[in-house]
Design a protein around this ligand. Sequence first.
Ligand code: ZN
Length: 441
Amino acid sequence: MAAAKKTPTSKKKPPRATVRTYRHGLGDCHLVTLYGARKARFQIMIDCGVILGTPDAGAVMTEVMDDILAATGGSIDLLVATHEHWDHVSGFAQAAESFAKLKVGAVWMGWTEDPKDADAIKLRRERDSALALLQAAAARMQVDGGGEPGLLSSVLDFFGAAARITTASALELVRAKVARPRYCDPKDAPVALADFRARIYTLGPPRDIRMLKKTLPSASAPETYGMALAAAERSVGQALSDPEQQPFSNSVRIPNRVAQSTPFFQQRYWNDDDWRRIDVAWMDDASELALALDSMTNNTSLVLAIDLADAGVLLFAADAQVGNWLSWDDCKWRVNGKQVTGPDLLARTVYYKVGHHGSHNATLRAEGLERMKALDVAVIPVDHAMALKKKWGDIPLDTLVTALDRATTQRGYVLRTDQEPSATATRRGARSTRLHVEVDI
Ligand SMILES: [Zn+2]
């Protein structure tokens, strides 16, 4: 009998890891499985959240959490919460009942979440006072109880600030899973998982506060992808000037000319107390403050590089902004007598979880993607339709998607969670269901 002809798949080495990314909406939730000898598995869950305003969010996130329970047998080795934003942590609270059933070996967060770290305490204080300012400003809009009851919350929704109390409580649920969470610092030695021939490095958040506060590309030499800043400015500008894009629905908005002829507003606004008026200038300042607050929180993202040695590096960039990326240049560790640097890890990156849903200021060009010479797969957790609804029409940024396509075209592919995998991606091994996409490394 002739020897059976070898199929191409029989030549393939078994995968070292599988990354499952959920397609539940605009937000992040990943399940990484590392494979060891004798069917050993090390399972890492990274984030679990969906953007505020997602319909039926509780049911959506419960389905995701239940799928994690089913895929892991109800127990994971490591849970990572990258940063305190609703679209990364909401599920821990929204699917609390299912999350309570999940056994967790270890919890990792960025050093910025460490309740005992002096720099982290200072940063939180700054953030809280900025938030208090926004809340006070929003409260002023309620005009001494004369406004609609929903007004305050709609303003804070727009600012992404209303959920802060709940993002904090969602993080508490994560923290409570273990006696001592680890607060990761780029200075920490990488964590070796010998049985899985893996090492996990912390790239960010940066310890350098200047880098932590650098969220935007430099104006003179932008580090990110084409027309980025102009696009961002345009969308913010539109949101402020276009009456259709105001934070309040028409039902709660009172046009100036109507207010001027209403005794209630006449008494309170167009008089000696004129300073209390809240006008477009106030909107500008508050929006700017809110955006800065949001970008700063994104920049506290815990960025992990999972080094699978000869199989390459999996890079989970969370929502890291410009300064977080730039700081990786200075990361270095001593491993087995050899130096490993941030740029080394980028050069060996084969899988990239695209930063901040493919936004304009979260994937660097020269210091980022162009260094990923070995890149095979890029996964963008995004929901463009929801982004449009949120007036974030620029995610994912076209020029970035084009650059990712180009970088992966030889052997790999780009996956967007809001689209079915392309024929090429499917041929090259991408899998998808209604609930998730999956990639073997
Ligand atoms: Zn996000």
